[in-house]
Design a protein around this ligand. Structure first.
Ligand code: NAG
Ligand code: NAG
Length: 356
């Protein structure tokens, strides 16, 4: 998540700085960006922070507007957000992850009392939510609320596939991976590492942002350091190997030039939201290219915050924060791009993985 950290005049200086950076760097390859269709745009200043695609195809959305989890059905025309559940005690929500081995019924969501600079210290919790279809739309019930006392940030969230009781959360301000056991309600710090901090970046003070777990690795983006990296973990979320950087932003990160959350496609590529206008793809070999957005895109992707592969494997959903430097501020979006293509070898690899 990129937070509304800045007073408007400072933001304008940063917009200028980022335009200069953009002109100076060309090493994110610009292939033809995929077209994106806008599914919904909030009519007010709602900042959409994260998303998760349910088995039904409905898309869960978390925002900084309230503790309400919403859903949108992208397969009907002109859909509007539907109320799923209210997470009591939260005024803003962040990460969403499915709890493995629960047949798509249990989810963890993080949230707390949102402030301009993150969250009120000690206000964050992991909410365990049961979500089932009811009358054609997702309906939620909070079954557990586990406070995480010692942090001002829980950002990207990921369950450990081999251990369905543990979820890991990115503390972007503390440079740590936080661990919550949703069964025993125990919370602690799984690990901290300099690669998870903002690296002393004075204008982009967020470190680890999006996290995903695949195989024995935790993959993550770091907003302040401009890195996409991975680290080997065990089934409890402990770090058991060195951090390996897989891709780096070609110029220093700022408030308007920073990686946010990401997801994998069916071919194993990471699709990373990149403020202020882009989604970039990073192949398993680390090659980086613009996949959607750009300044010429119509509609513009206004501050992409997160990405999720669609269930059809063919397209990706993108959420955005909207434009908080515009007067009046404009709302976040849900968009869908088409179409994900794999190289021959990636297709084979994906199929092999799928069948084993
Ligand atoms: C959150 O949901 C509750 C219950 O449906 C509703 O009363 C409230 O207006 C919602 N808040 C926002 C900001 O949408
Ligand atoms: C937001 O609006 C400002 C002022 O209109 C504009 O300069 C800027 O490019 C916009 N940013 C995004 C991400 O659309």
């Amino acid at each position: 998540m990129l937070l509304r950290l800045l007073v408007p005049s400072f933001a304008r200086v940063l917009l200028w700085a980022s335009a200069a950076q953009r002109a100076a760097c060309g090493s994110i390859g610009s292939r033809a960006a995929l077209p994106a269709t806008q599914i919904y745009k909030y009519p007010d200043d709602t900042f959409v922070e994260n998303l998760h695609v349910l088995p039904s195809g409905h898309v869960l959305l978390s925002t900084f507007k309230s503790g309400n989890l919403s859903s949108i059905n992208p397969s009907v025309s002109n859909p509007t957000p539907q109320h799923v559940v209210t997470l009591d005690g939260a005024t803003g929500l962040t990460g969403i992850t499915e709890i493995p081995a629960t047949a798509g019924t249990l989810y963890a969501v993080t949230g707390g009392i949102h402030t301009g600079f993150g969250f009120q210290y000690g206000s964050l919790s992991v909410y365990v939510v049961l979500i089932v279809p009811l009358n054609g739309k997702p309906c939620g019930l909070v079954v557990n609320k586990i406070p995480f006392p010692d942090t001002a940030m829980m950002n990207g969230l990921a369950a450990i596939p081999s251990n369905p009781t543990i979820v890991l959360s990115a503390d972007s301000l503390g440079g740590r991976v936080l661990r919550t056991n949703i069964l025993t309600r125990q919370v602690d710090v799984a690990f901290s590492d300099p690669a998870l901090g903002a690296g002393g970046n004075p204008i982009m003070p967020l470190g680890v942002n999006g996290i995903k777990i695949k195989g024995n690795y935790l993959y993550f983006t770091n907003s302040g350091q401009g890195t996409y990296a991975r680290v080997q973990i065990d089934s409890f979320g402990n770090k058991v190997g060195p951090v390996q950087v897989l891709a780096t932003l070609p110029a220093p990160a700022s408030m308007t030039y920073a990686y946010d959350d990401f997801d994998f496609d069916r071919c194993g590529n990471a699709h990373i939201s990149l403020h202020d206008y882009d989604v970039v793809r990073v192949t398993p070999a680390g090659a980086q290219s613009l996949i959607a957005g750009g300044l010429a895109a119509s509609p513009l992707l206004e501050s992409p915050t997160a990405v999720a592969a669609a269930r059809d494997g063919n397209s990706i959903f993108v959420t955005t924060g909207g434009n908080y430097t515009a007067t009046p501020p404009t709302g976040g979006q849900l968009l869908k791009t088409c179409c994900v293509t794999c190289t021959q070898s990636q297709t084979v690899a994906a199929k092999t993985r799928h069948c084993t």
